[in-house]
Design a protein around this ligand. Structure first.
Ligand code: SF4
Length: 452
């Protein structure tokens, strides 16, 4: 019998989540599983006797934040409380992490055999263990009028900079039936907006011999509108897959919002090939312009890697030119981080940190005014705001199709009454940074968003 198993069974737990929306879903499933086993949530780590840290290992900064969080929670926990580290850092560095973090009682990956609660509640001391995949565990009712819905785990691509496939494994798509039944439960629990996530969302179904399965899945999810579903939003789309029936479903189905989160990474074809990715600035521009021609109000987001090995001034100029031409609503820029075990970590042509800093600054100087002018251009437009919350001052705060939760700006309604989950027609009266201010109950003659 291990030291840990001799301790009293925990009664109250606290889960701390770092990283991306996919981790948020995993944490919700951890919470549901612990609650199903009779544990109750604690309001703070100091009140819990089981503290779970769901970590992120995406880049160096995320790993540092994850380790710092583990150490801070180890210090904050009450005497005798168990600390379990899980998530991507645990999966990627299981044994090393268990060795390096004696503060943790266990380091637990989400793959492999074993019941989640058994392992979390009664962890083998300082030994990396795995539990069964979280994908099909139940999750609690949503606490907001929107919820992430994870449709697949892992990735079958081989982008040179990315370590995800090495620790999250190949893609495993969930059966459509399981996704739809989780979606139905979320909608019945109050989620008016479902945000679909996966490492490579557009490839949903390919691993199961059903390429293109995302479009029929969207049709099935759209059928949940009579139950209260208002919006479906898709995150992380590999650009070459945004075509044919998938694109048609995105633009035609009433609940699927025209919000295109395209995973572009760069615009210079030579650098994209070095990244082992598809595309070019010209192809991306064609895609963006084609969609805008069909749906003028479509919103676009993307993220880009800056300072990938071999990135020249010319490549950087190509990216700047693309951003000026594409006028994306939202864009994020990330300094390249060499990840252990990835092909990019061994590439020559490292870009000095000061050059990366300068390029990041220049990219911001091009993109920030684009984002600001697109937000300003919405003043006077009539929009549909899904209310997420009501602030302490009584102002309802929500989002249109242009803003993804937790990622983009918000829309603050100047006055109520509106409750979370309400869909409010409003007229935009101002833009403040990434956020909009709007008045409910549109005045006659207000311009419809996207109208010429
Ligand atoms: S598609 Fe995304 S998750 Fe998959 S290897 Fe490329 S960057 Fe990584």
């Amino acid at each position: 019998m291990t030291t840990a198993s001799r301790r009293a069974r925990p009664a109250r737990f606290f889960v701390e989540t770092l990283g991306c929306p996919k981790n948020v879903v995993d944490s919700e499933k951890v919470v549901a599983s612990l609650e199903a086993d009779g544990l109750s949530p604690a309001a703070s780590p100091g009140e819990a006797d089981l503290v779970v840290v769901n970590t992120c290992a995406f880049v160096e900064a995320a790993r540092v934040e994850s380790v710092e969080t583990v150490l801070a929670l180890a210090a904050a926990r009450r005497p005798g409380a168990r600390l379990v580290v899980t998530g991507c850092l645990a999966e990627r560095y299981g044994s090393e992490l268990a060795e390096a973090l004696p503060e943790a009682d266990a380091v637990v990956g989400f793959e492999g055999e074993g019941s989640l609660s058994e392992v979390l509640v009664d962890p083998p001391r300082r030994k990396p263990v795995g539990v069964r995949d979280l994908l099909e565990l139940p999750r609690p009712a949503p606490t907001a009028p929107w919820a992430y819905l994870k449709v697949a785990e892992g990735c079958d691509r081989a982008c040179a900079f990315c370590a995800i496939p090495s620790f999250r494994g190949p893609q495993r798509s969930r059966p459509a039936e399981a996704v739809v039944s989780e979606a139905r439960a979320l909608v019945e629990g109050g989620a008016a907006e479902l945000v679909l996530v996966a490492q490579d969302l557009a490839s949903y179904g390919r691993d199961a011999g059903e390429p293109g399965a995302l479009a029929p899945l969207l049709h099935r999810l759209d059928a949940l509108r009579p139950d209260g579903l208002v919006r479906i939003r898709l995150l992380y789309l590999y650009p070459s897959e945004v075509r044919g029936p998938l694109l048609a479903s995105m633009l035609d189905l009433p609940s699927v919002v025209p919000y295109l989160d395209l995973s572009l990474q760069h615009a210079a074809p030579a650098l994209l090939r070095r990244m082992r990715r598809w595309g070019s600035g010209d192809r991306f521009l064609e895609l963006v312009e084609g969609i805008r021609a069909e749906v003028p109000g479509a919103a676009f987001r993307s993220s880009f890697i800056v300072g990938f090995p071999g990135e020249t001034e010319d490549h950087h100029e190509e990216l700047l030119g693309f951003l000026r031409a594409a006028e994306l609503d939202w864009a994020g820029f990330f300094a390249f981080s060499p990840e252990d075990g990835t092909p990019a970590a061994d590439l020559d042509g490292a870009v000095p940190a000061d050059v990366v800093g300068e390029r990041l600054r220049e990219l911001g100087e091009v993109q920030d005014p684009v984002t600001a002018s697109l937000r300003d251009a919405l003043v006077g437009a009539e929009v549909e705001v899904l209310v997420d919350r009501v602030d302490d001052d009584g102002a309802p705060v929500g989002r249109t199709h242009r803003e993804a939760p937790e990622i983009d700006g918000v829309v603050r309604l100047a006055r109520g009454p509106a409750r979370p989950g309400d869909l409010v027609r409003a007229r935009v009266v101002g833009a403040v940074g990434p956020d909009l201010v709007a008045e409910p109950a549109p005045v006659a003659g207000a311009r419809r968003e996207g109208a010429a």
